[in-house]
Design a protein around this ligand. Structure first.
Ligand code: IMP
Ligand code: MG
Length: 184
């Protein structure tokens, strides 16, 4: 099979585009209130978090900056490899700045635990996490999640930035993933 062909397809819609918009609006409101006067740096984890970030910042009413980090832990497939790799680091210092990490989904927490430890060494004024989704089983690696958009079952999901082998990021909703040969 060539690279761009996939053995899986989106299945059931778990969170509709309208529901996502409501969640993002609520999170933007909370962040705007909590960070009033602080000028936070929102650190987005590429690539999965990019659609969420783009919508979230348009719901934030206070001044802030955005920065990106590219990390990888899945390397194709649907299981976390447990090995977090930094592919592109932040381009700015974060010492004495309030940092809010903006992530798409927390599954085992391995990725965030690693990034939190790494960024804490740079002495930010504060560091918190905002995740759109959290899997119900999550938390093997304990990470404090200040903002959680929605809880989802422990299933692999795609859409709204989340991919399966780089596919399905463009869906406006969050859907389950079904492999060919599977039926519901
Ligand atoms: P963790 O380290 O197990 O918490 O995995 C977190 C990272 O894996 C997230 O940043 C996502 O990029 C990716 N990931 C985890 N679960 C899913 C999923 O259901 N769909 C797509 N990506 C996922
Ligand atoms: Mg991610």
């Amino acid at each position: 099979m060539s690279d761009h062909v996939t053995d899986a397809a989106p299945g059931k819609v778990l969170i509709s585009a309208d529901e996502i918009a409501q969640v993002v609006s609520r999170l933007g409101g909370e962040i705007s209130k909590d960070y009033e006067g602080q000028h936070p740096i929102l650190v987005n984890l590429l690539k999965g978090g990019v659609v969420f970030l783009a919508d979230l910042i348009r719901r934030i009413t206070i001044p802030h900056h955005i920065e990106f980090m590219k990390v990888s832990s899945y390397e194709g497939g649907t299981e976390s490899s447990g090995n977090v790799r930094i592919i592109d680091d932040l381009g700015v210092p974060i010492a004495n700045r309030p940092v809010l990490i903006v992530e798409d989904v927390v599954d085992t927490g391995t990725t965030l635990a690693y990034i939190l430890n790494m960024l804490r060494l740079r002495s930010p004024q504060s560091i918190e996490i905002c995740t759109l989704l959290r899997k119900r089983s999550s938390g093997q690696a304990q990470v404090p999640l200040r903002y959680v958009g929605a809880e989802i079952p422990d299933e692999y999901v795609v859409g709204y930035g989340l991919d399966y082998n780089e596919n399905f990021r463009h869906l406006p909703h969050i859907a389950t993933l079904e492999f060919s040969g599977e039926s519901t």
